[in-house]
Design a protein around this ligand. Structure first.
Ligand code: BGC
Length: 762
């Protein structure tokens, strides 16, 4: 063992004794890192700022002989991403610890987005649960499964607000509302990071900072241009919430903000994130984003790396901007060693907090592979939470729940389609693990109803589109028979049936990264099949897979029931069966407005009043802020979702008509289950400041509560409104509380509320 290594080990031992086991001990951490950094060369410090993807040679041979292995041994790498084989992670960690000069352990990052091996609903679906305990549970289970395989850092949560369903990455987000998305961001961080002294929690990475969900025209990576008042009052809030909850790392966005790409944007990374919000973790770029700044057009790799470091970027993902240029920039005086030290220290601090210096093999307990992955408990949670994410959009004359009798025809390209059930970003998901909707329905009806199946059509009949989608790697399960033949088979099955369940929608690869769409309807071939099925006069239940809001005006008019199932994950099939037969409720409420047509996009409920508002009932007139060919209202509003029972809301009762600054007011409403089945309601509180010094949103969600009511039961739901909920950032970006009237609105969704008014006193 060389002298330096033994110094490090004694430092580690001292730290372990003195306080590594107590991650709260900042002084111990500082002492430890000071000692370590004194031993580091500048090259080794720059190495900590380098996150690389593994090359193929790691996967095919011994890590010691790979190109990555060589870099690791020479201290050029601080973290790796996408190593999916637990044994390889263990080998790589051992390599760095035993063979590199200082033995600084590596971070292993991965996009663990909606579960790892057990795949949960896509995040947009998970957000529709409005259940923070469920979000936290998903993050917790994801952490358990990922850490069992050596992953100690997830690139999640993504909390980019978006009003634009064309943007494919709405699938990965938490919808359009700043408050709800902030609560969700917090729940993810709690679930992932929990207690980092354990070996089954990991580092979270909130992304993509900032404003990535607002690209012009819905085109991924495109220009974002937005006023700061909107940033502070809307788009920034979920990132800020995640930071407040203690997110250890932040990922910068691909897009530019005010003319400077986020990874080199000093105002964003330094002023807002660190100075205003107090973030003290490290910032990593998005994939190749530092190099891509050269394509944006503000300099060569050296120049943009200088700017990124100065802005406060600490780690480069994949483009090796720091690795390739920092030494030279230092020699030329374009950056200082202090700046390198700052970034390196932040990375080392994260490793320390994770406990890697105390035990570099903390996440390499290979025995956990047998006990912690795809367990019956994880699968049961996936089933329960999937049902909770499904949104019942339509239910004509109680078509649902279905009785277990007669013949059920199951059709559609997603009825028996394992890969597509998982959605995008499901790397750890075993493609064979999901139970499909067809299998779920068969299991649920065994011996009581007959299930007949015909696929009926392919996902799309556009070969060019199919080629693009398939290039992303996921098979589209094309049936080679002709469209006519497939349709004939489905119609024959449907003719025999009492009810048709059509499982349709968009393929997993039609949403997610780089998958923006200009059309938001169902693919034409699926619409044709539905049209023919409709002619048979049987009740039709549409179960839709999708990662985004789709335009469903025609479907809403024509079919009997619509259940929006997003991409429901490993247990999506049984969960669909649970809901269709009424063993579980459809628990979801929309977290994005569903447009009537693409032309309405971007659309969101919390817009601001214009001087010429369109009629509140959605009717069409001219010279108002609407359209002459379409209502300005969405088809389904934010917060919307039916249940198998009905609820009635009483009037909003305020505890007082006046509030003093710093005070509170209670707002209550009685909710009664007026139907014949038990049911869960999401009672939503919205506020409006109708007259302020600048224009304010028409409505802002400020609270919600999920309640379960037996038939005939009434509960009083009480929200406490405090004056902090009335504050906002004005156009000088001052946080202000302005006296005057405030409207309190409570209801089952953003469009159906009852209201009362109080006055905030001076
Ligand atoms: C995505 C990130 C992701 C990263 C690493 C990028 O293309 O934008 O969300 O975390 O890749 O896989």
């Amino acid at each position: 063992m060389n002298k330096l290594k033994s110094t490090l080990l004694s430092l580690v031992a001292a730290a372990a004794v003195a306080g590594c086991s107590d991650p709260g001990s900042d002084r111990e951490m500082d002492r430890f890192i000071d000692g370590l950094m004194k031993k580091m060369t500048v090259e080794e410090k720059i190495g900590q700022m380098n996150l690389i993807a593994i090359d193929g040679s790691v996967m095919t041979g011994p890590v010691t002989e790979s190109a990555t292995g060589e870099k690791i041994v020479s201290g050029e790498v601080g973290a790796l991403l996408n190593v999916m084989v637990p044994e390889k992670i263990r080998d790589l960690q051992e390599l760095v610890v035993t063979k590199s000069r200082l033995g600084i352990p590596l971070l292993f990052g991965m996009d663990v987005i909606h579960g790892y091996n057990t795949v949960f609903p896509m995040p947009i679906g998970l957000s529709a649960t409005w259940n923070m305990a469920s979000v936290e549970e998903v993050a917790r289970i994801s952490a358990v499964e990922a850490t069992a395989q050596g992953v100690n850092w997830t690139f999640s949560p993504m909390v980019d607000l978006s009003y634009d369903a064309r943007w494919g990455r709405v699938a990965e987000g938490a919808g359009e509302d700043p408050y709800l998305a902030s609560e969700i961001a917090r729940a993810y961080v709690r679930g992932y990071q929990g207690d980092l002294s354990r070996n089954d929690n990991l580092l979270a990475c909130v992304k993509h900072f900032a404003l990535y969900g607002a690209p012009e025209a819905g085109r991924d990576y495109n220009l974002v241009d937005m006023g700061r008042m909107r940033m502070y009052n809307e788009y920034f809030l979920p990132y800020k919430a995640a930071v407040e909850e203690g997110a250890a790392t932040v990922m910068s966005a691909f897009n530019e903000v005010e003319g400077v790409p986020a990874a080199a944007n000093k105002w964003l990374l330094d002023d807002v994130l660190r100075k205003q919000w107090g973030f003290d973790g490290f910032v990593v770029s998005d994939w190749d984003a530092v190099r891509e700044i050269t394509v944006h057009g503000i300099g060569d790799l050296q120049e943009v790396s200088v700017r990124a470091l100065d802005a406060g970027l600490d780690m480069d993902m994949a483009s090796q901007g720091f690795a390739k240029t920092a030494l030279e920039s230092l020699g030329e005086g374009r950056i200082t060693e202090k700046q390198i030290d700052r970034a390196c220290r932040r990375v080392l601090e994260a490793k320390y907090k994770l406990g890697l210096f105390a035990d570099p093999y903390k996440y390499n307990d290979l025995k956990r592979l047998e006990t912690d992955i795809l367990t019956p408990e994880h699968r049961a949670a996936a089933r329960r939470i999937a049902a909770e994410s499904f949104v019942l959009l339509k239910n004509r004359e109680n078509t649902l729940p279905l009785a277990r009798k007669g013949v059920v025809a199951v059709v559609g390209p997603f009825a028996d389609n394992r890969p597509n059930q998982l959605g995008s970003w499901a790397f750890g998901g075993d493609i064979e693990a999901p139970t499909t909707v067809l299998e779920g329905l068969r299991e649920a009806t065994k011996g009581r109803a007959e299930v007949v199946y015909a696929m009926g059509c392919n996902i799309t009949d556009d070969p060019e589109y199919e080629r693009v989608l398939a290039s992303w790697g996921r098979a589209l399960a094309r049936d080679k028979r002709s469209d006519a033949e497939l349709m004939r088979e489905a119609l024959a099955a449907a003719r025999r049936a009492d009810v048709v369940v059509a499982v349709m929608g968009e393929a997993a690869e039609m949403s997610g990264e780089g998958a923006s769409r200009t059309e938001l309807g169902m693919p034409a071939v699926q619409q044709r099949l539905l049209g023919e099925l409709k002619k048979l006069g049987k009740p039709i239940v549409l179960v839709l897979f999708s990662g985004r809001p789709m335009t469903l005006v025609e479907e809403n008019d024509k079919y009997d029931a619509i259940l929006y199932a997003w991409f429901p994950g490993t247990e999506g099939g049984p969960a669909v069966a649970d809901v269709l037969f009424g063993d579980a409720e459809p628990g979801g409420r929309l977290t994005m407005s569903f447009p009537r047509s693409v032309g309405q996009v971007p659309i969101h409920y919390n817009g601001r009043q214009t001087g010429r508002p369109a009629p509140a009932d959605g009717s069409i007139t001219r010279y108002v802020s609407g359209y002459v060919d379409e209502s300005h209202l969405p088809l389904y509003p934010f917060g919307y979702g039916l249940t198998y029972t009905t609820f009635e809301y009483g009037d909003v009762i305020l505890g007082s008509a006046e509030m003093s600054p710093g005070g509170t007011i209670e707002a209550s409403v009685e909710v009664t289950n007026t139907g014949s089945r038990p049911g869960t309601e999401v009672v939503q509180l919205y506020l409006r400041d109708p007259v302020a010094s600048v224009t304010r949103p028409l409505k802002e969600l400020k609270g919600f509560e999920k309640i379960r009511l037996e038939p005939g039961e009434t509960k009083t739901v009480t929200f406490t409104i405090d004056s902090g909920m009335l504050e906002y950032y004005d156009n000088s970006l001052e946080r202000v509380l302005e006296p005057g009237a405030f409207d309190v609105m409570i209801g089952p969704n953003s469009a159906e509320t009852k209201s009362a008014t109080f006055t905030l006193l001076k």
